[in-house]
Design a protein. Structure first.
Length: 95
């Protein structure tokens, strides 16, 4: 099931285009990006209103979902291979 949704927000160049079962499409500065829940699991169980609550941050270098406490650099959307979402652990490290 595909739901087409748009954010009407002033003074921003980011909007949610659609929410799908496996991710969301957003538009940032005229470029469209797909955010997969597999890669970015913070959006998987988010409410529609939380996903729509996206704003530019860090000047124009990033976007932020305040309610989800998620910040993404625009560069990480353009070049996801440069931004692996992995954590390195060291021998003997306790979390």
């Amino acid at each position: 099931m595909k739901t087409n949704l748009k954010q009407n927000s002033e003074n921003t160049s980011v909007s949610v285009r659609s929410i799908m079962p496996d991710g969301i499409f957003i538009s940032v500065g005229g470029s469209d990006y797909y955010l997969s829940y597999d890669r970015l699991p913070w959006f998987r169980n988010a409410t529609v209103s939380d996903i729509f609550d996206v704003k530019m941050c860090c000047g124009q270098a990033g976007i932020r979902w305040e309610a989800l406490d998620v910040d993404l650099e625009i560069e990480s959307l353009k070049y996801p291979e440069r931004y692996p979402l992995t954590m390195k652990r060291y021998a003997g490290e306790v979390l």
